[in-house]
Ligand binder design. Sequence first.
Ligand SMILES: NC(=O)c1ccc[n+]([C@@H]2O[C@H](COP(=O)([O-])OP(=O)(O)OC[C@H]3O[C@@H](n4cnc5c(N)ncnc54)[C@H](O)[C@@H]3O)[C@@H](O)[C@H]2O)c1
Length: 256
Amino acid sequence: MIKVGVLGAKGRMGSLVGQTVRAQADLDLAAEVDVGDSREALTGCDVVVDFTSPAAVMENLAWCVQAGLNVVIGTSGFDEARISEARALVDAAKDFSSVPPEQHVRVLVAPNFSVGAVLMMRFAEQAARFFDSAEVVELHHAAKVDAPSGTAARTAAMIASARAAAGLGHGPDATTTQLAGARGAVVDGVHVHSVRLAGLVAHQEVLLGGHGETLTIRHDSLDRASFMPGVLIAVRGIAALPPGLTVGLEGLLGLA
Ligand SMILES: NC(=O)c1ccc[n+]([C@@H]2O[C@H](COP(=O)([O-])OP(=O)(O)OC[C@H]3O[C@@H](n4cnc5c(N)ncnc54)[C@H](O)[C@@H]3O)[C@@H](O)[C@H]2O)c1
């Protein structure tokens, strides 16, 4: 039985994680913690899942790694600077030199737990070097506070690095005059367009264009349930990851 704790247990994602964990025969929902609850309830968990807020997650992470707990993080806001900060926190938390490797702390930060979204990013990365142009359009519900989405920014970075590795520069673009924002945000040279629309959940298209052809890779999260298979893979797989910080679900999906 894997003992699972949830941070942000009363939130939209945290409550669904709790419900999902409860339904698994091999998992035990050992602690549910939200604002106002003591984190001490997490002591003894094999893994803690954090779906809180960008403002709260680093303090939670610091507490968990000091307590020697493995952590799966879904909370957004992990840009390069925050990933470095998290890595330093995890590496400095404790001296594990005298304990066996299976007892070292593992932390997995996954910007997107949807298996389809992870595959969409991977396919975009693979396709990027074959086309002159690549742009990303992400579409989300109107309550989303950040733009572009972390997934879109990561997709753009992956496309940019695949193009750079193939010796390709920016795509052709003759725009000389434009309204501010008309060409979207630019992440590592890749244009990213954000749509916010009531009724949507989380969607993304990667548009690739070349000689007389285009390729569109589209992913749609239609329900928060789409994140749960990935969360379960992370919860069950974290003990097999190397000690320290891992970013992305790719390794556990055999895509690394
Ligand atoms: N990685 C992914 O695949 C994925 C998918 C969906 C959402 N998210 C991210 O997950 C996070 C949570 O999303 P949500 O929609 O569930 O938000 P939410 O606002 O519904 O829930 C957040 C919960 O965290 C609680 N909380 C805040 N600070 C806390 C603290 N210090 N300790 C314990 N609990 C605390 C809040 O009270 C709330 O109940 C967001 O950052 C969101 O962007 C990630």
